[in-house]
Design a protein around this ligand. Structure first.
Ligand code: SAM
Length: 284
């Protein structure tokens, strides 16, 4: 059975009385090329654990299972569980967990699998792409890489460099934790149902060493949040948003870090955000 064929989705819907849920972001992949691209880019070996977010009817799961030691697929929709039990029946190394991934302890899954490495993959439900990515990164999930499909516009924000329109808090945060590589741009027509926008696949490799040295990680994120919270304001105004500082403190920080107070957050590099955060955390 070609799991990725539109006719298979139709057949499954009919036999199980399954209805695709828009609110759960169910846009299923029907293109073998794209499936192969995601799996190839994930570099899965037979020593690896793969955690898949949102398996749907199992198109990526089945391919990952042929390469990995173990696959744990976390799917929120309980109506998909009996379907996955059928479509993945031939794989003894697949475990399906019927849970919200945002409420799932991924480190516990990784620990109990006892594999050499953990890789995260998924064609993400678009309504929670950012919370999923930030949950993994801020939760310090001990995976090596995350190869995921998301809305093209979100992928562009993640990849973008200072001085561009798409550069924002998400870019700085993800680039702090990961190196980012583009895998593919995916036209909307390869999904059932067809979504409104195109997609893109990124591979994020979680860094073992951070690109900047921070005395206080929380202060770094406070600076990013304040700066981009009011991105049209100059830094001397927007950085007041970190709280507990006077305008004089902000001006002194910018001068000490050699940053023009008329600049805006969207022009600041990771290093400059780190310098500011380290300056402010010295004063606390
Ligand atoms: N992997 C399949 C594919 O590529 O065809 C399905 C991808 S579909 C875009 C997203 C999947 O994530 C759906 O199966 C949906 O039910 C599931 N999902 C949505 N919200 C979720 C959540 N909070 N936790 C786990 N799975 C979720």
């Amino acid at each position: 059975m070609k799991l990725y064929a539109s006719s298979t989705i139709r057949d499954i819907k009919e036999r199980y009385g399954f209805k695709l849920s828009k609110s759960l972001g169910q846009n299923f992949l029907t293109d073998k090329n794209i499936i192969d691209k995601i799996i190839d880019a994930s570099d899965i070996t037979e020593e690896d654990l793969v955690i898949e977010i949102g398996p749907g009817i199992g198109v990526l799961t089945a391919e990952a299972a042929q390469r990995a030691k173990k696959v744990v697929a976390v799917e929120i929709d309980r109506n998909l569980i009996p379907i996955l039990q059928e479509t993945l029946a031939e794989f003894s190394n697949v475990e399906i967990i019927n849970q919200d991934v945002l409420k799932t302890d991924l480190n516990q899954i990784i620990e109990s699998a006892g594999c050499r490495r953990a890789r995260i993959i998924g064609n993400l439900p678009y309504y929670i792409t950012t919370p999923i990515i930030m949950g993994i990164l801020e939760g310090h999930v001990r995976a090596d890489s995350i190869t995921i499909m998301m809305q093209k516009e979100v992928a562009e924000r993640i990849k973008s460099r200072p001085g561009t329109k798409a550069y924002g808090a998400l870019s700085v945060a993800v680039q702090y934790y990961c190196t980012v590589d583009s895998v593919a741009v995916v036209p909307k027509e390869v999904f059932v149902p067809v979504p409104k926008v195109d997609s893109a696949v990124l591979r994020l490799d979680i860094r073992s060493e951070m690109p900047v040295t921070l005395t206080d990680e929380e202060m770094f994120f406070r600076c990013i949040k304040a700066g981009f919270g009011q991105r049209r304001k100059t830094l001397s105004n927007s950085l007041m948003g970190i709280g507990g500082v006077t305008r004089e403190d902000v001006k002194a920080a910018l001068a000490a870090c050699d940053i023009d107070e008329k600049r805006r957050a969207e022009t600041l590099s990771l290093d400059e955000f780190a310098d500011l955060a380290n300056y402010f955390s010295k004063g606390e």
